[in-house]
Design a binder for this molecule. Structure first.
Ligand code: SF4
Length: 387
């Protein structure tokens, strides 16, 4: 199975997203601690590692960390806002260390909305500069977008912009906002209802598909993406029986995740896709089981499509019995032997200059950003369906 491990290198950031799921803590991994985690992933036969944060490019050991993971035959990916990679020299340093794949976080092509979401004036320009550098390199580049109330009506327009401006990007990852952690728990106004995102997401998926590109969608129930159910992140993980270990730099510690279902409503019991659907994520005030409606489609073509997609992945072997049942493995997997959930495989270091604010209710738009966004009232007035 194509298991990927996640390591939060640092938890501070050079941007200030109002819905950040992993706001600042004082913790970081030094190179020795990091090597211990990489060795553990390698011993488990993991396919690769995703270096994340906070903003991982703020880790002073990132180039060495990339090189070490490559030396252990792990595929190395980076999730970044791209601000530091606007510097071509720095980007080349990461390339030279062996970086293979970048997930660049960008939530909209509308500059003022992006400034508002990231709490950082100029963030779109930095991301564009980073993409220009990356487009001239052999690194694989994906776009990562958090679906929220302020971009959910023009996801398709951002796709059009991306195809035109950065045609080398062949894959997009949409993560529907997780309102249960980080700053989004306080800033609940960022959360979109499923009905608000459905139309634009459908257009966006269709445009990517028609252009020969691929995509994944997380935290969107299958009844809101039936045409592309095989592109649901949760559905793929359920079908493939994947696991994921995340080394958080907060109170969650090391977490091994093997279950990919969220919550299900009464109507789900009659739905033909129930066994391969991630269900409804608890979306706080926007959580509404009444938004779900059962589907009566044959799940087998969806499962078959996922199996076919993964045929080229040498690290994954289909389990016929599992696929026949279309359910996650019935037998519980053994617990993480060296670090049960909530404990740590390795203790991170502490930077006393950094805040530790588990509540993370500190986000406010900067005065400059607030001023900027007020100019374009229409862009921030809430979700609208395109005319
Ligand atoms: S009705 Fe429930 S099980 Fe069916 S697709 Fe929607 S969320 Fe999934």
């Amino acid at each position: 199975m194509a298991n990927l491990g996640y390591i939060q290198m640092v938890r501070h950031c050079n941007q200030n997203c109002g819905f950040c799921s992993n706001p600042e803590t004082p913790f970081f991994y030094d190179l020795e601690q990091y090597r211990t985690i990489i060795d553990d992933f390698a011993a488990r036969g993991y396919f690769g590692v995703i270096l994340t944060g906070g903003e991982p490019t703020l880790s002073p050991v990132l180039p060495e960390a990339i090189a070490y993971a490559r030396s252990r035959d792990l595929h190395v990916r980076l999730i970044t806002n791209g601000q530091k990679m606007a510097d071509a020299v720095y980007t080349k340093t990461l390339m030279d260390a062996g970086l293979q794949h970048v997930h660049l976080s960008l939530h909209t092509h509308r500059a003022k909305v992006e400034d508002f979401l990231t709490g950082t004036p100029g963030s779109l320009r930095w991301a564009e500069q980073a993409l220009d550098h990356l487009g001239a390199s052999p690194v694989v580049v994906n776009l990562n977008t958090v679906i929220n109330r302020y971009n959910c009506d023009h996801l398709h327009e951002t796709v059009d912009w991306m195809i035109d401006r950065f045609p080398f990007i062949r894959h997009v990852v949409w993560n529907n906002l997780d309102p249960s952690i980080g700053r989004a728990t306080a800033n609940t106004f960022f959360t979109a209802r499923l009905g608000d995102l459905e139309y634009s997401l459908a257009l966006a998926m269709r445009r990517l598909h028609d252009s020969g590109r691929t995509f994944r969608v997380e935290r969107v129930p299958l009844c809101y993406m039936t045409d592309f159910a095989h592109c649901s992140t949760e559905t793929r993980k359920i079908v493939k029986g994947e696991e994921r270990i995340v080394h958080f730099l907060d109170d969650k510690g090391t977490v091994r995740q093997t279950a990919w279902g969220h919550l299900y409503a009464d109507v789900c019991t009659t739905c033909s896709l129930r066994l391969i659907c991630g269900g409804l994520f608890d979306r706080g005030d926007a959580y509404d089981p009444a938004e779900l409606s059962p589907v009566y489609l044959d799940p087998r073509p969806i499962v078959q499509r996922i199996v076919q997609d993964e045929a080229s992945d040498p690290s994954w072997r289909p389990d016929p019995a599992r696929l026949a049942q279309l359910v996650p493995a019935a037998a519980p997997r053994p617990a993480h032997p060296s670090a049960p959930n909530g404990s740590r495989l390795v203790q991170p270091s502490t930077d006393p200059r950094r805040r530790h604010d588990p509540e993370a209710r500190d986000w406010q738009p900067t005065a400059e950003t607030a001023k900027d966004t007020s100019v374009d009232e229409g862009a921030l007035a809430g979700p609208r369906r395109p005319g």
